[in-house]
Design a protein around this ligand. Structure first.
Ligand code: PMV
Length: 367
């Protein structure tokens, strides 16, 4: 798709037709954990390599967007996060809206009240930008749908929401869908939205638990934007792109065959490679800590000893996501309690699992 498709399609509207009666839309969008990591950008927020993620079930952002015609010529944006003012996030949301304004010119004449809430704790090893920006993108696409008499189907709606979410945060493009989601496979500059995984998924891989082992809730020393930009001149950039492409196609094959051992090999290689790229950037930076390393070692030792099916992955932070199939639940939860919980900050973990994707909840359904 060309970058300009949605610009050509801009909804024709007259400012006078906008209603001054406030309306609202609500979307809940999930967090996702990348199994093949997007690391490095080109052009307008496009990935240099393919990525593949699993959307989570419990961890999500609920965004309510109330809108009405602005009294004056230009509208204002009021933003609250978890019921309170959050200047840093507000700035990011406003920058996001500015960025997508050319696609949704009516927003300029509207007063917007954006109320976002996360049901997972801040700094728990789950990026909140993906779920927050995808839920907001879905809300804005819904407003457009309400204003437009004719609207194309669900697939187009989700593609557009994914495209817009991407402009806020790359990984947010994937949070528009449930289950496994891919983004960036073409590599030729046309990867401007994510899509649900097109290849088959074997029954044993359809549902996985994800326990996040929280080793630190400190804010990140380096943002993911800074990390992405360090890939521009990274000495291993081209090799990383090739590695990610191979891991991506092998993971798709593995999800099809259901080989958990191979799944483990690929996703652990991805997680460790991501952090190796950080270590070898210029300047290099370290996001993992002592406890992250001990946990990864213990997971590998226990797996070697018992043959337990579990695989770790990490995003741009020190917290470990441990993935395992339903039949291992009891065994792995005991292992976590006995061997890993003591390494977590205040013993904190968070349990989640594969989710079905965004939903439009009723207004009275709180989180
Ligand atoms: O979407 P961003 O810019 O926050 O980047 C996300 C990067 C990783 O989480 C490390 C990998 C990924 O694919 O989600």
């Amino acid at each position: 798709m060309s970058e300009s498709k949605y610009l050509e399609e801009i909804l024709q509207f007259k400012r006078e037709d906008l209603s001054s009666i406030a309306k609202s839309v609500i979307w809940k969008a999930p967090a996702n954990i990348a199994l093949i990591k997007y690391w490095g950008k080109k052009g307008n927020q496009l990935p240099i390599n393919p990525s593949l993620s699993m959307s989570l079930s419990s961890s999500h952002t609920r965004t309510e967007l109330q809108y009405r015609k602005a009294e004056n010529n230009y509208g204002r944006i009021t933003f609250k996060f978890n019921g309170e003012k959050h200047p840093a996030f507000e700035e990011r949301v406003k920058a996001f809206i500015d960025k997508i304004l050319p696609f949704f010119p009516f927003l300029k004449y509207m007063e917007l009240f954006i109320y976002s809430k996360n049901n997972f704790p801040h700094s728990a090893g789950i990026a909140s930008s993906a779920s927050a920006l995808s839920s907001l993108a879905l809300c804005i696409c819904s407003v457009e749908k309400q204003l437009k008499e004719e609207y194309s189907g669900t697939e187009d709606f989700l593609q557009k929401a994914s495209y817009m979410a991407r402009l806020g945060s790359g990984s947010a493009a994937r949070s528009v869908y449930g289950h496994y989601v891919e983004w960036g496979a073409s590599g030729n500059g046309t990867d401007d939205f994510a899509t649900p995984l097109t290849s088959e998924v074997s029954e044993n891989m359809e549902f996985l638990y994800d326990t996040v082992l929280i080793t630190s809730s400190e804010p990140k020393k380096i943002s993911s934007s800074q990390g992405h930009s360090l890939m521009n001149d990274h000495p291993y950039k081209e090799d990383r792109i090739s590695q990610a492409r191979i891991n991506f196609s092998q993971l798709k094959e593995t999800l099809k065959t259901g080989n958990f051992e191979k799944f483990t090999e690929i996703i652990e290689n991805e997680a460790l490679s991501l952090h190796a790229l950080m270590l070898s950037s210029n300047p290099g930076f370290i996001l993992i800590n002592d406890a992250s390393i001990k946990i990864m070692d213990r997971v590998r030792a226990y797996r070697q000893e018992t043959g337990a099916q579990m695989a770790f992955t990490l995003d741009a932070g020190p917290n470990i996501h441990l993935l395992y199939p339903a039949e291992e639940k009891e065994n792995i939860r005991n292992f976590i309690d006995n061997k890993l919980r003591g390494l977590c900050e205040s013993g904190r973990t968070l349990n989640d699992f594969t989710g079905n994707g965004p939903e439009q909840p009723d207004k009275d359904q709180n989180l």
